[in-house]
Ligand binder design. Sequence first.
Ligand code: ALA
Length: 466
Amino acid sequence: MLQNVPDFRNLVIGLENEVSLLDGRKRPYVNFDNAATTPPFKKVLNAINEFSGWYSSIHRGTGYKSLLSTRIYNQCREIVANFIGADPAFYIVIFCGNATDAINRVCRRLNLENDQVVLTTIMEHHSNQLPWRFCGNVDYVEINARDGTLDLDDLKAKLEKYNGRVRLVTVTGTSNITGVINPVHDIARMVHEYDALFLVDAAQLIAHRALSMGDPSDPGHIDFLAFSAHKMYAPFGSGVLAGPRDFFRKGPPAVVGGGAVELVTTDEILWSDAPNIEEAGSPNFFGVLGIAKAIQVLQEIGMEKVAAHDRELTRKTLRMLVGIPGIRIFGDPNPDFSRDRSGVIPILSEKHEHGLLASILGYEWGIGVRHGCFCAHTYLTRLFGLTREELERYLKQVRLGNSADLPGLVRISFALYNTLEEVEYLEYALKEIMNNNARFSYIQNPGDGEYYPQGREGMIGSPFLL
Ligand code: ALA
């Protein structure tokens, strides 16, 4: 049984909005691109709206509105800490821009010594790979190409290989391409055996499964957690970095400015303790309020219920996709998955290039998906088994300004408001596309690799004008 979906749908803004199709019809938009970003909860918007009349300076004023704003801002921190099981005696919650910003902050503070190493993985999206490349030595834990899971034997081998030199290991909570969920607490135990720190990029996981940082005295605890609000129904430019208070005590932060200091002379800076040292400048109050309110909504529903809905929709979609000739599922196609996975399903059509299928779904059916490599190029490369020669060829092609026909997948990704009826509509659309092809002609633009309807480039009408 699917969970109480009508109630979930009432929580989110804009689900009844109709979009224009190429044939002139309009229909309610089906958003299966939630791994990229999610629409806001109505309660998040209401809280932002209601508090706007009370908003004033945080930390700096003694007037009523300043005191109230500061109190609410600090309460938001407590709500986040409670949601992620971060014991305030050990951990501090820092508000920042998004998961990317959070990871960059840890990276900048690590101050790796010459022989120290960071282990990230092949399955990460770029935000949890690229920052480490600019931080010092980095190596990549491999995946099992068969099902896209992380190769824990390779992690163990690399911890052994760099024994005593691994400063930090980082993994994603769940893959943004295959929905593989990593056993983060088991990984933490392995990592802590080697005295390394452990960071979980929870950008894709936080809105779909309960997650706790754990007891800091237990080897299964997480040292750092990073996530973005825009993937959890509060897209207002904020994110969270949680980590040990002590880690932020030494040295200057990545972003330097007012609010991060106690006293400044021309010769000296006395830094504040965390969180202030990491929150220079006026905080993004409404972004932070959005995260806290979104968390309250998720807690009201209960993360178990959120997860059950996600699993059930994923099972039913896999069952549906397996029955469509010409559609191939990447990663684990088994609808009765025994190992938990999140609601992210990558597919390919035997008849259509990934960008073409995504455009047909969007322009002709009003179904939003993402296609391509999903900012996780190394993972996709392994899943496709691309050779070095093939990669060199693609690099050369892109350097010449041609992004046409690059490898990629079409991704279906769920949020809690998606329904079985929407999945059935996708099934109908995919069957029509596989049997009768597109109803319109499309041309690929080599500049961005996207397919546009011939003679109808750009938006079909706009319901919103600036
Ligand atoms: N936010 C990126 C995605 O869509 C990484 O998965």
